[in-house]
Design a protein around this ligand. Structure first.
Ligand code: MIC
Ligand code: SF4
Length: 639
């Protein structure tokens, strides 16, 4: 059979299962990555597995998210991560080195390898020909311990690119176009595989932008071929020896194909408050802008910031706009500094921030009340910027610069002549902000007082009873369940404390109500748990004794996280039944045997609601045992 590119890489890494869409498969993982705000839990979980050192080809620990260090807590987390890396054989990327996905693509991504990362934008490395998947920290910890990563074999959707981008139109516009077509749930349990004559017109960083934001469609991952362009990129990083050619067989079969003629794409923009709320920039031009933020793992590469520098050269930004720039890595910043490009950016009036996620996850630069903020980021969920009333738009670096100069949303084609951006044949490379673990590995790990042990959960009982504690609509994000921002993120290694912030901006009394009632149920709509991979969004509700979540459908990573922590994930067999459940209703459910078809009794309404538990036997036994940690520990005991 003719194989797609994704199928070829999966076949090479298949540890268990059949490669048929919907079947459970186990994948052998070559690389793992963690970042600080999911990493503390991931290493606590790894420690609980009692494995002396990581068993992967390469494991990396980045500190790039919560960098503010308002007090000792965050600084203690960073020290814990550094010492855990030294003990377990993990490469540590020091704070200041940059954003995990940008750095991984620059320094480590290898065509045909697999990567599992405790961050939902791990698929960025698909721009370099990897199968790179985002997951909860516990799944990444298990991969570090040498376990396969289990997932539902996705169907492979082809995205056929033809033509070439017009001036002032860039990779961000392409993925916004794709998002417009697919929406935030159109990619669930799919891999987006890019092919066609347009691929060779895109550089690896541009492919990285597209693969990065494929996450917003809900896709398991995205992948590009490895070709001469990939080779040139690896050569520029001094890594040409790691190149191999990788492409789909001619006439490979895809479950469906989306056609994008790059020449037809125009500047696009996602309107508040969802990445799929996409329009052309022309449609919203003229809206006054207060803030412009350039950066994030989507758009902070050397290619992006060279473009920004060229467009800002000899210009001044509008008086009404605050323009911030967060380079994706120290390498990007150093290369801009070594040319005059950084000067062009500074002279135009930009504020240079740290090489980190920063404003993307509400760590600083919260906009003013009711502000309009244009960001080159990937998510614009309500309140994620730190300001509940802010209107956040997502656009390309080109559109962001044009809007910063004119002080209103502006089609970048208004800027005149498009500068030709060429990427250097050799970039300045300096790996001195990585700490490579040395044998014999050190033994000491210091833990600050905010780093609390993992809670112990009991096996789930045969009968679940309780109230519906909250009823939510469609596309609830993990930012809604447990917000970002430095205040809450400083509690990522302290589950009892962080659980108090569950649904903080959706319903501030949720956590106390859950504790008072001894737990209960959550009811949601479609695509529940979209967005971040943070397992805290499952762990905190579990700590508040949430027994089951009943929805119309789940986002992939959150569903896995619920199972990993022993929360029963159920879907309505008939979506109409969603209307028949209200907050405060008392529900009863017999889960003995964890059968696929179950029936929830709504005691308050006197009705029966058929629900489905769509899990593999392996997942069911994990659920029964009270979660994945208990299951992995039991397996290790037997070995
Ligand atoms: C995000 O963009 O939401 C994050 C912050 O990178 C998360 C990870 C986290 O919550 O720490 C993600 O995308 O997985
Ligand atoms: Fe960081 Fe934002 Fe990328 Fe998440 S989406 S990894 S917060 S830059």
């Amino acid at each position: 059979m003719r194989k797609s590119l994704a199928e070829k890489v999966i076949a090479q890494h298949l540890a268990e299962g059949k490669m048929e869409p919907g079947e459970q498969i186990g994948l052998k993982i070559d690389h793992t990555l963690t970042q600080d705000s999911t990493g503390t839990l991931a290493y606590l979980e790894f420690e609980a597995m009692n494995v002396p050192h990581v068993k992967t080809k390469l494991s990396l620990s980045f500190v790039d998210h919560n960098m503010l260090q308002n007090d000792f807590r965050n600084a203690d987390d960073h020290r814990y991560l550094q010492e855990a890396a030294a003990k377990y054989g993990v490469v540590f990327s020091r704070p200041g080195n940059g954003i995990c996905h940008q750095i991984h693509l620059e320094r480590f991504a290898r065509p045909s390898y697999t990567l599992l990362g405790s961050d939902s934008h791990t698929p960025t490395a698909g721009g370099g020909g990897m199968i790179a998947i985002g997951a909860g920290g516990l799944d990444v910890a298990a991969a570090m311990a040498g376990e396969p990563f289990y997932l539902q074999m996705p169907s492979i959707m082809g995205v056929k690119l033809s033509g070439a981008l017009s001036p002032f139109v860039s990779a961000k516009d392409v993925i916004l176009e794709v998002l417009k077509k697919l929406t935030v749930k159109g990619g669930v349990n799919k891999i987006l595989e890019y092919f066609g004559s347009g691929v060779k017109t895109l550089s690896v960083p541009e492919r990285g932008t597209i693969a990065n934001m494929g996450t917003e469609t809900g896709a398991t991952t995205s992948i590009f071929p490895s070709d001469e362009v990939t080779k040139a990129f690896l050569r520029s990083q001094g890594r040409e020896d790691q190149w191999i050619e990788l492409k789909a067989d001619d006439d490979a079969e895809y479950s469906e194909v989306v056609d994008v003629n790059l020449g037809d794409v125009e500047p696009m923009i996602a309107l508040p408050h969802s990445p799929d709320n996409v329009k052309t920039v022309r449609e919203v031009e003229g809206k006054p802008v207060d803030q412009v933020c350039i950066g994030s793992c989507t758009n902070s590469s050397l290619r992006d910031l060279k473009t920004v520098a060229a467009l800002l050269k000899d210009k001044k930004i509008s008086d009404r706009v605050s323009l911030t720039i967060s380079p994706g890595s120290r390498q990007v910043l150093e290369n801009l500094a070594a040319s005059s490009e950084l000067v062009d950016i500074i002279r135009a009036g930009a504020r240079i921030l740290e090489n980190a996620c920063g404003p993307c996850i509400g760590i600083g630069q919260a906009p003013q009340t009711d502000a309009v903020s244009i960001r080159t980021f990937n998510r614009n969920f309500k309140g994620r910027s730190g300001t509940q009333s802010a209107q956040v738009y997502l656009a390309s670096p080109e559109t962001a610069v044009a809007s910063a100069i004119y002080g209103e949303i502006t089609d970048p084609r208004k800027l005149g002549k498009y500068p030709e951006i060429t990427l250097p044949e050799k970039v300045i490379v300096d790996d001195s902000m990585f700490i490579f673990p040395e044998k014999p590995f050190t033994d000491e790990i210091r833990r600050g007082p905010n780093i609390k042990p993992l809670p112990n959960f009991q096996p789930i009982p045969d009968r679940l009873t309780g109230e519906v504690l909250i009823k939510l609509g469609d596309n609830v994000s993990t930012d809604d369940i447990l917000p970002g921002g430095s205040e809450v993120m400083s509690l990522r290694s302290n589950i009892p404390e962080i659980s108090k912030h569950t649904f903080r901006y959706v319903d501030s009394s949720f956590a106390s109500r859950a504790l008072e009632k001894g737990g209960g149920f959550i009811v949601g709509g479609e695509n529940y748990g979209q967005g971040s991979s943070r397992e805290h969004a499952a762990l905190a509700p579990k700590y508040l004794r949430i027994k089951a979540v009943i929805t119309k459908s789940f986002a992939r990573i959150h569903l896995a996280n619920l199972v990993n922590f022993g929360v029963v994930p159920l879907t309505f067999v008939d979506k109409q039944d969603y209307a028949g459940v209200a907050q405060g209703d008392v529900l009863e459910l017999d889960v003995k045997g964890l059968r696929r078809k179950l029936c929830v009794k709504n005691v308050t309404k006197g009705s029966d609601i058929p629900v489905e538990l769509d899990l593999s036997n392996r997942e069911k036994s994990m659920l029964k045992a009270g979660g994945k940690l208990a299951a992995v520990k039991a397996k290790r005991m037997k070995e």
